[in-house]
Write a protein that binds this ligand. Structure first.
Ligand code: F6P
Length: 547
């Protein structure tokens, strides 16, 4: 039933899209002086402007109908209530419990998980303070100056992104590093110049089996043992995992192991003990501000009506752009250098969550799902790929993120940054007609003939959709808000597509095959006859190049 209603709502949107493409967004602005006023949501010091999207009031009404047809609100309630909505793994999805400050219990299969969340958060805070305040000493009795997180995917991208984003809140005498790649260059380059006696490693892995993380952890352990002796290892390691027995086998003492739960997905785990590197960097009080920022968005997501609800709008507009207008990718451009890892973080959040081809019951999806997410900070991107955004044959909807005020940066620089962010959104929306291009060139003294020749090259179609998230300042609370917005945006998309946004079976096959190939790559005489011709051929050439 629900699927039929969703299909009908999408068909109605498709029929309506013809009217939308008949008018430019610039014409919509000219016709409706209230367009910005009606197409933005201000949530105190965070503003979401979606007036430059290719929509009108009727589109919004139909998107609201789509959300209702897909029962996004009912599915949202099921998530917050701890229902086992990750159906392929039979798990609840409760990263929101990690930032729940309502004082209300959160039940997983009838049990309130809030006491254990709070207890674990307190342990993380105490350990982080010991590191920050120099009480935690290495084997030679020295305080730590460098913290190296070893993890990958959700056990790396979140802490790495957030620690960079909030670097102004970190003390100068305590440096954070992140090692993720199995490429030995990553750990090798990171450790070069570090003093083992003052280095603390955090092994972060939900499963504590991930090949990259375990390989890097072993190398880090060998590095400490070589410099300080095997007995020193325990003083230089801590771990975060749900697999406490496996951590114990690695040899990390229980008081340095921080847990979380299977109902926290890896890409949603920054709010849990996986945030330890961030807590060490910014301190437990700031980390709580970060959590509270996420909680504020949870409240907004649960309570605001669909068309005043920022993550609902973000998700619905994303579906509109993906399924109705056919845009296969989305760019996220933070005009905020410290958010330089935010697009990479969102790639995992959105593409691992919604890169799915089957619905919850295993039937093929009826619509294209997760768009390709990419981006780089502005203004750098302007001098690299914005040409394609403005004049390429693919239309790429853009999210611009920009702070009203800088954090520890020069005001003049910041004015230029903001002007650029707004100008790009304006240029994408407004475009420039051939007539306008010719008029400008003639004014600049070009001949009519030359102006006509160049006009096609200097014409911009306009009506290229973008949204802008304008926020007061990038501080812990605001970062928590931004992340939670995108988490819920992903949820809304997944609810409409009727997919499981919380599993990731698609990464398994490659992992399996890599494990099978590892000994064949390592052993020069291993049999390749059972491999496909391409893989066998590559291994043959590899061996030639190595010999
Ligand atoms: O790449 C798949 C994945 O399972 C991600 O979902 C996860 O964040 C990452 O690997 C790391 O997993 P773990 O924390 O278990 O090492």
């Amino acid at each position: 039933m629900a699927e039929t209603a969703v299909t009908a709502a999408l068909s109605a949107l498709r029929a309506h899209s013809g009217e939308i493409s008949a008018r430019s967004v610039a014409e919509e602005f000219a016709a409706d002086p209230q367009r910005f006023a009606t197409m933005h949501v201000a949530l105190d010091d965070l503003l979401f402007d979606y007036s430059k999207q290719r929509i009108d009031a009727a589109t919004l009404a139909q998107l609201e109908a789509l959300a209702k047809a897909a029962d996004v609100e009912g599915k949202r309630a099921a998530m917050f209530a701890g229902k086992l909505i990750n159906s392929t793994e039979k798990r609840a999805v409760l990263h929101t419990a990690l930032r729940n400050f309502s004082g209300e219990p959160v039940l997983v299969e009838g049990r309130d998980v809030m006491p254990e969340i709070e207890a674990e958060r307190a342990r993380v805070a105490a350990f982080a303070n010991d590191v920050r305040e120099g009480r935690l000493r290495g084997a030679l009795g020295q305080p730590m100056t460098d913290v190296v997180n070893i993890g990958i995917g959700g056990s790396d991208l979140g802490p790495a992104m957030a620690t960079k984003a909030l670097s102004p809140f970190a003390p100068a005498n305590l440096r954070s590093h992140f090692v993720s790649n199995v490429d030995g260059a990553d750990i090798g380059d990171t450790l070069r110049g570090l003093d083992p006696a003052r280095t603390l490693f955090i092994i972060s892995s939900k499963t504590f089996t991930t090949q990259e993380t375990m390989t890097n952890a072993a190398s880090a352990r060998a590095w400490i043992a070589a410099a300080l002796g095997e007995a020193a290892v325990g003083d230089h390691f801590a771990a975060v995992s749900t697999q406490l027995e496996k951590v114990a086998q690695f040899g990390i003492a229980a008081d340095r192991v921080f847990g979380f739960w299977d109902w926290v997905g890896g890409r949603y785990s920054l709010w849990s003990s996986i945030g330890l590197p961030l807590v060490i960097a910014i301190g437990p009080e700031r980390f709580e501000e970060f959590l509270r920022g996420g909680y504020e968005i949870d409240q907004h997501f649960r309570e605001a009506p669909i068309l005043q609800n920022i993550p609902m709008l973000m998700g619905l507009l994303s579906v509109w752009n993906r399924n109705i207008l056919g845009h296969a990718s989305q760019a996220v451009i933070p005009y905020d250098q410290r958010l330089s890892r935010f697009p990479a973080y969102l790639q995992q959040l959105q593409m691992e969550s919604n890169g799915k081809s089957v619905q919850l019951d295993g039937a093929p999806v009826k619509e294209s799902t997760g768009a390709v997410i990419w981006g780089e900070p502005g203004t750098n991107g302007q001098h690299a790929f914005f040409q394609l955004l403005h004049q390429g044959t693919e239309v790429v909807p853009v999210d611009f993120l920009v702070a009203a005020q800088p954090t520890n940066a020069d005001a003049h620089h910041h004015d230029l940054l903001v002007a650029n962010a707004f100008a790009q959104g304006e240029a994408l929306m407004r475009g420039r007609s051939p007539g306008e291009a010719i008029a400008i060139m003639e004014k600049q003294g070009q001949s009519a003939e030359e102006a006509a020749r160049l006009a096609p090259h200097k014409t911009f179609s306009g009506s290229r959709p973008s949204s802008t998230l304008l926020y007061s300042k990038l501080d812990p609370r605001m970062l928590g808000r931004l992340i939670a917005l995108y988490e819920h945006k992903v949820f809304v998309e997944g609810a409409i597509w009727n997919i499981n946004s919380f599993d990731q079976w698609g990464v398994e096959l490659g992992k399996e095959l890599a494990s099978r190939l590892a000994p064949i790559v390592a052993q020069a005489d291993a049999d390749t006859s059972k491999l496909d011709a391409s893989t066998a051929g590559l291994i043959g050439h590899l061996r030639n190049l190595r010999s």
